[in-house]
Ligand binder design. Structure first.
Ligand code: HPA
Ligand code: ZN
Length: 346
């Protein structure tokens, strides 16, 4: 395929996004707008100055800026506007289903109520479903640099909204905060009926991925890059067809990989792992989902069949019903069939 053919193929293929932090979609323009209406002064004087600060050497340097950006979100409408802006972006990128993380502790620790946060996000997601045809699931993520007690408190706060929340996740600073720290609160969450996922093996060692599997009983591993360092783990992940939500541009920006041409996605595909491509924090990492697909497609010379597989995996690994999965996978197959027909005519 030529470069422009790959770009078109990726742009149009139906896909799901499974690893996306809503606070990470906060574009500088909207941040300045919301800061102004809430009478908050940002540390930066302009959109360009803020964007210029988006140079990170590791996860923690990013997290410091990401949490400070989220500080301007105060009102229900702020959370609505943030989420609505993201939905419009992905609508243009042929995302038909999205499963988004939100970090309630980032907001409740500043005195913003859990209700304000979740109501604003959910209202936009409902509008997205009705007006844009994008289905969704919501994942509440605990900040792992905070205590187990704080996670338990957050789980408690979530209970009145349980029917709105499909799964519990684990994000923020990975090193030094292993999944074991949250074993008891994840057990409680599963007893209550939540599914679980966890960031593991982004900067942390393969042991953290084992712990996420065996102690947190996760349905997906977020990132999982460092799993490749442990052959037994790779075999286990392949055997279980455990989904990995891989985020190529995030890995590049946070220096999890040195060069996109060395991204482990190709090796993961070769090893028969159930991989998906996602954007993580697109406002900070220079691309939404299509830019992530395109970056790896170009750098790793992916074939149309491999791109199709990644798109189909995104539905398979989702928390949609089996009937919806079948329906969306069929849409993706039909898209590919049409692409082949058009190409054989040329
Ligand atoms: N890793 C951990 N925590 C995060 C990330 C990430 O990539 N993005 C937002 N919070
Ligand atoms: Zn993430």
């Amino acid at each position: 395929m030529s470069q422009s053919d790959i770009e078109k193929f990726i742009a149009g293929i139906p896909k799901a996004e499974l690893h996306l932090h809503i606070e990470g979609t906060f574009e500088p323009e909207l941040m300045f707008e919301i800061a102004a209406r809430n009478s908050i002064k940002l540390k930066y004087n302009s959109v360009d100055e803020l964007r210029a600060a988006y140079n990170f050497n590791n996860l923690q340097e990013f997290l410091d800026i990401y949490y400070s950006g989220a500080n301007v979100l105060i009102k229900e409408k702020d959370f609505y506007d943030l989420t609505w802006a993201y939905l419009q972006k992905i609508h243009a990128q042929h995302v038909l289903h999205t499963e988004i993380f939100f970090d309630p502790q980032t907001h409740t620790s500043r005195g913003i109520s859990f209700d304000t946060v979740i109501t604003g996000i959910r209202r936009a997601l409902e509008d997205g479903r009705e007006k844009l045809g994008i289905s969704y699931r919501l994942i509440l993520s605990f900040l792992r640099h905070l205590s187990e007690a704080d996670a338990f408190k957050t789980l408690e706060e979530a209970l009145p909204y349980q029917s709105w929340i499909t799964a519990i996740g684990l994000d923020s600073s990975e090193k030094g905060h292993p999944p074991t720290k949250f074993e008891r609160v994840f057990t409680k969450a599963r007893e209550l009926g939540f599914l679980t996922v966890a960031h593991a093996g982004e900067e942390g060692p393969p042991e953290y991925v084992w712990e996420a599997l065996n102690l947190l009983n996760v349905s997906r591993i977020d990132h999982g890059n460092r799993s490749l360092e442990d052959q037994n783990l790779v075999e286990e992940l392949a055997k279980r067809q455990m989904p990995l939500t891989v985020c190529p541009l995030s890995n590049l920006k946070l220096k999890v990989v040195k060069d996109i041409r060395q991204h482990p996605l190709a090796e993961m595909l070769r090893k028969n792992l159930m991989v998906t491509v996602n954007s993580d924090d697109p406002a900070y990492f220079g691309g939404y989902i299509n830019e992530n697909y395109l970056a790896v497609a170009k750098a790793l010379n992916l074939t149309a069949e491999q791109i199709l597989l990644l798109a189909k995996n995104s539905f398979k690994a989702s928390f949609l019903s089996e009937a919806d999965k079948i329906d969306l996978i069929e849409k993706t197959d039909n898209y590919y069939r049409k692409y082949l027909e058009n190409n054989s005519l040329n």
